[in-house]
Design a binder for this molecule. Sequence first.
Ligand code: FMN
Length: 107
Amino acid sequence: MRGNRAGQDTAASIVGAGHPRYHVARRDTLETQSPVFTPARIGTLVLRHRLIRAGCYEGLARDGNVTEELLEHHFQLARGGITMTTLGYCAVSADGRGFAHELWMRD
Ligand SMILES: Cc1cc2nc3c(=O)[nH]c(=O)nc-3n(C[C@H](O)[C@H](O)[C@H](O)COP(=O)(O)O)c2cc1C
């Protein structure tokens, strides 16, 4: 079979799928054709694509404060290509915290 009804090749039909350069070519196709890889705007902020890391509790804060481990976790996401990352469980008051070490935003 040369492709499916949407005109896209199935994995079994793609010539060269086993070639080391196949994954690069496939990624290029996705990045040029998918709306996920088009810029997005949030207010004045312009994101280069739409892959955003949702808030997930990392468990890397201590005593309500940011740690080097938490920073490194988010730096790794950025280095991996995420356009925006967000924090999970970040309380605006101490008594709003659900976990002992949960982030607490304060001066
Ligand atoms: C392990 C895990 C931890 C999460 N922690 C948080 C969190 O701390 N804060 C938050 O607002 N959402 C949290 N979420 C929810 C995610 O941000 C997201 O809204 C949810 O996974 C639904 O994503 P989806 O709409 O892409 O399916 C968590 C989700 C998972 C799976």
